[in-house]
Design a protein around this ligand. Structure first.
Ligand SMILES: C[S@@+](CC[C@H](N)C(=O)[O-])C[C@H]1O[C@@H](n2cnc3c(N)ncnc32)[C@H](O)[C@@H]1O
Length: 252
């Protein structure tokens, strides 16, 4: 039976064969690799991926799609909201130290998914995600650009990232209203040790009023914490490189 795409699940199914091949090539799956796909949908990526890896774990929220996927003998289907999936437990179940995570993500929850996976970064080998191009622009942005913000700092601290493929709306059925792209995210091997929640709070305060100088926002926050170190607050949040935010969080 034909599946009617559900808007509330962000269902835009890939239909362009060349783009699908391009994404699979960018992922470069190899036999036996432990891989997890988020939101397999109608299996546009799932099928070529599983042909190369042999076995694949997929996470799908839509009950009808999950039922179809369960008929595939090489798939292990987790029928769940991805935000509730414990990726560390998935790696333990598969008895592997690290997972490769891939997916054409539902765009309405792409940022929460990225932050959820950040909590499980220790069991991730790499991530390849299709997202709104505008979100990827923010993820990989450099300081002193309008795209540079909370997402850039929180992710660049922990991952090396690159935009690997542009994907136009016509590549999907139904087409989304925005351009898309594929990002490769590789966890950094020796990240600075610090509590992520502290960095998150600091960065949120810094970017709360991005047009103002930091002395009005972060400066006050640092004063309240009796911070006695050196940090130039005569700048705007977007002028501060990731390494300086990380060093400040470490000094607190
Ligand atoms: C953009 S579609 C991609 C479908 C397919 N991978 C493709 O490329 O054609 C997003 C998929 O994620 C699923 N999905 C939406 N919200 C989800 C959630 N919270 N957890 C897991 N899967 C979800 C949708 O049902 C849909 O299959």
């Amino acid at each position: 039976m034909k599946h009617i795409p559900r808007k509330r699940f962000g269902q835009h199914f890939l239909s362009d064969r060349l783009i699908i091949e391009g994404i699979v090539d960018a992922i470069a799956p190899a036999p036996g690799q432990p891989m997890v796909e988020i939101g397999p949908g109608l299996a546009a990526l799932t099928q070529p991926l599983v042909e190369r890896v042999g076995q694949l774990t997929v996470i799908e929220l839509d009950r009808d799609l999950a039922r179809r996927l369960r008929e595939h003998p090489q798939l292990k289907v987790i029928e769940s909201d991805v935000l509730k999936v414990d990726f560390t437990a998935v790696a333990q179940d598969l008895q592997v130290p690290k997972l490769r995570v891939v997916g054409n993500l539902p765009y309405n929850i792409s940022t929460p998914i990225l932050f959820h996976l950040l909590e499980h970064v220790d069991v991730v080998q790499d991530q390849h995600f299709m997202l709104q191009k505008e979100v990827i622009d923010r993820m990989v942005a450099s300081p002193s650009t309008s795209d540079y913000g909370r997402l850039s700092v929180m992710l660049q601290w922990r991952y090396a990232m690159e935009n690997v493929l542009f994907v136009p709306p016509e590549s999907f059925d139904p087409p989304p209203r925005v351009d898309s792209a594929v990002v490769r995210m590789v966890p950094r091997e020796t990240p600075a040790a610090l509590p992520p929640k502290l960095l998150e709070e600091l960065v949120q305060v810094a970017f709360s009023q991005r047009r103002k100088l930091l002395r009005h926002t972060l400066g006050r926050w640092l004063e309240a914490r009796a911070f006695a170190g050196q940090f130039d607050t005569q700048r705007r949040a977007e002028e501060v490189p990731v390494a300086e935010y990380v060093a400040l969080a470490q000094a607190l």
